[in-house]
Design a protein around this ligand. Structure first.
Ligand code: SF4
Ligand code: SF4
Length: 356
């Protein structure tokens, strides 16, 4: 059926928010008249973390392989879209990533984008990781499987490499899904999920993991993750005969197109206040930036994918994979700003869902 683009990238609209410095100005409160929320670093200190957030062992090497995507979702924090033809990782950079992961015994590679499958070196990289015994997660937007004949065999490719598939599905109805991700996304997503089920994904005992990601459709926190998971499981099975493993409930962080949405809809201050009032210090120990390194298409190192989009590179002397040094990374302090309230609100939020 095909997907209709939901919006345009901020850069193609020449929006000020396509500039990470401007986003940081907004978040740091110097561009907008806004004063309701305590500085996040102060909040962390007051919660007993005098030295800020410190990293643990690197468990996940997350690679944002590029911003090219077949969709232009309204809330995308990457500002991805079909126009992002330049910002995509080349083979040499991926080879360096592979060497680092193998050389440092990092157990898991998490490949995200954009639609990572659109990168010309994606399949080579997945196969190389898999052959080296590294667990591979792919953040698949589902519709890419239906987008073109050359992607129809992705479910079989995932099976062959035992890929852990993680896919966004904002809701189990077309209206709510399409309003966030574009007309036609829901129908293509359902067909893609059925294809994944047909090759064994999400089926008990198959060992092929299919997880779904829920994020709220507006300026509010997600509901209880286990309740949402039960409801999604019941509804998808009843309506479409679809099964999956786990549902991750993720909070929208005020970054990129979601920040643009918050400002344009007049919800920015209310949302930031809601996030800060829901601050939960118990989440700090499980924050994903403590166990994940995030690498951009051009090889720079960040504490997480959100910091990457704000161009807040990791606090080490040379934050690039060409100078990768696990020891100096282990001694860094994680960089934070007001967007971090999104990870610490309520039950917390990460690329793997709740953290507390
Ligand atoms: S949210 Fe995901 S699928 Fe949507 S535009 Fe961004 S990268 Fe693409
Ligand atoms: S956005 Fe979240 S994961 Fe990233 S540095 Fe802040 S708290 Fe950590």
């Amino acid at each position: 059926m095909g997907v209709k683009q939901k919006s345009k990238s901020l850069s193609s609209r020449q929006s000020d928010l396509s500039n990470s410095f401007y986003q940081l100005e907004v978040l740091s409160n110097s561009a907008l008249a806004y004063s309701g929320v305590e500085n996040f670093e102060e909040r962390i200190k007051n919660a007993g973390y005098d030295e800020g957030i410190l990293p643990g062992k690197i468990e996940i090497f997350q690679i944002n392989i590029g911003k090219l995507c077949n969709q232009t979702c309204a809330h995308c924090h990457v500002d991805a879209g079909p126009d992002k033809k330049v910002e995509n990782m080349d083979r040499a950079t991926l080879e360096t990533c592979l060497d680092i992961v193998i050389g440092n015994n990092i157990p898991t590679v998490d490949i995200t984008g954009g639609a990572p499958e659109m990168n010309a070196h994606f399949r080579w990289f997945v196969e190389s990781c898999s052959a080296a015994g590294i667990k591979v997660m792919v953040r698949c937007n589902l519709t890419i499987i239906m987008a073109n004949k050359k992607y129809h065999d992705l479910p079989d490719f995932f099976v062959a490499n035992k890929v852990h598939v993680v896919s966004s599905l904002p809701y189990f109805t077309a209206s709510r899904t399409d309003s966030q991700r574009g007309d036609g996304v829901f129908n293509d997503s359902i067909e893609a999920l059925q294809r994944l089920n047909n090759v064994g994904y999400g089926i008990e005992g198959s060992g092929l993991i299919l997880d779904l990601v829920y994020n709220p459709s507006g300026a509010f926190l997600p509901g209880d993750q286990s309740e949402l998971e039960s409801e999604f499981k019941r509804q998808l099975l009843r309506r479409y005969d679809i099964v999956f493993n786990n549902l991750y409930a993720i909070t929208n962080l005020p970054v990129s197109r979601f920040l643009d949405y918050l400002i344009e809809s007049g919800n920015y201050e209310t949302y930031m206040t809601e996030l800060s009032e829901a601050f939960n210090s118990v989440t700090v120990g499980g924050l994903m930036c403590r166990s994940t390194i995030s690498v951009s298409w051009d090889g720079y190192i960040y504490d997480c994918d959100f910091n990457q989009m704000l161009d807040m590179k990791s606090d080490v002397k040379a934050p690039h994979i060409n100078d990768f040094n696990a020891e100096s990374l282990s001694k860094r302090r994680i960089k934070t700003n007001q967007h971090c309230y999104g990870c610490t609100a309520g039950a917390g939020s990460s690329c793997g869902g709740e953290v507390a």
